[in-house]
Design a binder for this molecule. Structure first.
Ligand code: AMP
Length: 192
């Protein structure tokens, strides 16, 4: 199965993705991690995207699409992907559907983690101390939340229409979120 984990920055997408990876043997495809790696490795692409990422805006669809293409078409990951941070707008959602179709795959479930702006701010400040991410400070956090709000509705509507969207309370305790997600995935898998 292929899963999308969706939600604002600081919603816990990374944490929940790792839980799903361990429990169900999937592979996490985090576009944010891939982009940060480009910056860390000081590649040409990395130098192009540093400023935009640090400002809290989205990197261009073309750049992100080229990063995920290789992953989606690789047989090792076929039907075992958890998309973390992609798609982020409607054009990325359409692009993902087309890419998946080319290798006879589809999305099986979209898990949306809901959290308030207050929680996002708190968590991002915590993460700033722990991980020292260059785009984790309060002002950029607010900007990233606003960027998310601008484009997320269309994406959510898109998956609601295809009956794939499940909303999970991202404010709950981590083990409770784990359990809720497990029930949703097990149901899709026909285990429940
Ligand atoms: P994340 O780690 O998912 O919070 O992403 C960190 C930053 O990477 C975002 O604020 C964007 O600048 C960029 N980014 C990650 N995923 C995408 C995407 N799907 N489309 C455009 N930009 C992205």
């Amino acid at each position: 199965m292929n899963i999308i984990i969706f939600g604002p920055p600081g919603a816990g997408k990374g944490t929940q993705s790792k839980f799903i990876v361990n429990k169900y043997g999937l592979y996490q495809l985090s576009t944010g991690d891939l982009l940060r790696k480009e910056i860390e490795d000081k590649t040409e692409l990395g130098s192009k995207i540093t400023e935009i990422m640090n400002s809290g805006e989205l990197v261009s669809d073309e750049i992100v699409s080229s990063l995920i293409e290789k992953f989606v078409s690789n047989d090792t990951y076929k039907n075992k992907i958890i998309f973390d941070g992609y798609p982020r707008n409607l054009s990325q959602a359409n692009n993902l559907d087309n890419l998946l179709k080319q290798s006879k795959q589809k999305i099986d479930i979209v898990l949306k983690l809901s959290v308030s702006l207050e929680t996002v701010k708190e968590r991002i400040l915590e993460r700033q101390t722990l991980e020292k991410r260059a785009d984790d400070n309060e002002l950029v956090a607010i900007k990233r939340y606003k960027t998310y709000e601008k484009s997320s509705e269309q994406v959510l509507d898109y998956y609601k229409k295809s009956n794939l969207l499940k909303v999970v309370n991202g404010e709950a305790a981590i083990p409770d979120i784990n359990s809720e997600i497990s029930v949703l995935i097990d149901t899709i898998k026909g285990w429940l």
